[in-house]
Design a protein around this ligand. Structure first.
Ligand SMILES: [Zn+2]
Ligand SMILES: [Zn+2]
Length: 210
């Protein structure tokens, strides 16, 4: 029996190509919502911390997760840990957290499909014959949830998002607006980060994750 948790048409359009990972992430997101008992996120209560990194094709999963849950990058509800792992923790401030990961046996079995022979040659998904793409997507849809995902309760996980602020000031060098927590002072003058010359890690906001 095929899963009922398949992405809507617009998700493919949003994602840009047909690949197996976007639907794997979509299904993961829907299953995490069912596990936690949460609705599609309208505002800012549900967070996803994907453990994916960069430079590996499975990152497409994150587009599926966003479509499924409404926990989007733009609402600052998704932040990567860059662990380079095929997993994500889903957290709702009133319902708790759960971690989903892809089982290695599933990853190995999927890796045998022709789709990956093309990918390893550096061929982009949109350039792979449609039948080859559809073959692996169909196979994924036919795998039961428990064959794909390892599910772990995360009872002590918490995350405190940064406090929201509408306060902003103008950079004394470039004249552009900078929001409060990003203003830096040099010689007593407020500056934006690039004008100040200070370097900052993009992961500074992720301290609540551990
Ligand atoms: Zn993709
Ligand atoms: Zn500036």
């Amino acid at each position: 029996m095929s899963t009922q948790l398949i992405p809507p048409e617009w998700a493919w359009e949003f994602h840009g190509h047909q690949c197996p990972f976007m639907p794997i992430g979509y299904r993961m997101g829907k299953l995490a919502m069912q596990y936690l008992g949460v609705e599609h996120e309208a505002d800012h209560g549900f967070f996803i911390f994907p453990e994916l990194g960069e430079g590996h094709p499975q990152t497409c999963m994150m587009d599926g997760m966003q479509v499924a849950t409404g926990a989007t990058y733009g609402k600052v509800l998704m932040a990567k840990t860059f662990y380079g792992k095929l997993a994500a923790t889903f957290y709702h401030n009133k319902k708790g957290a759960v971690r989903f990961s892809l089982k290695p046996e599933f990853v190995d079995a999927m890796g045998k499909f022709e789709f990956f022979a093309y990918r390893k040659k550096g061929i982009e998904p949109s350039q792979i014959p449609l039948a080859v793409r559809q073959e692996v997507i169909k196979w994924v849809n036919e795998q039961p949830d428990q064959a794909i995902y390892k599910v772990e309760a995360k009872p002590v996980f918490t995350y405190t998002p940064p406090k929201g602020s509408f306060n902003k000031t103008k950079c004394s060098i470039c004249g552009e607006y900078v929001f409060e927590r990003y203003v830096r002072f040099k010689d007593g003058q407020p500056m934006c980060i690039p004008c100040s010359g200070f370097t900052e890690s993009r992961l500074d906001g992720l301290k609540g994750i551990q």
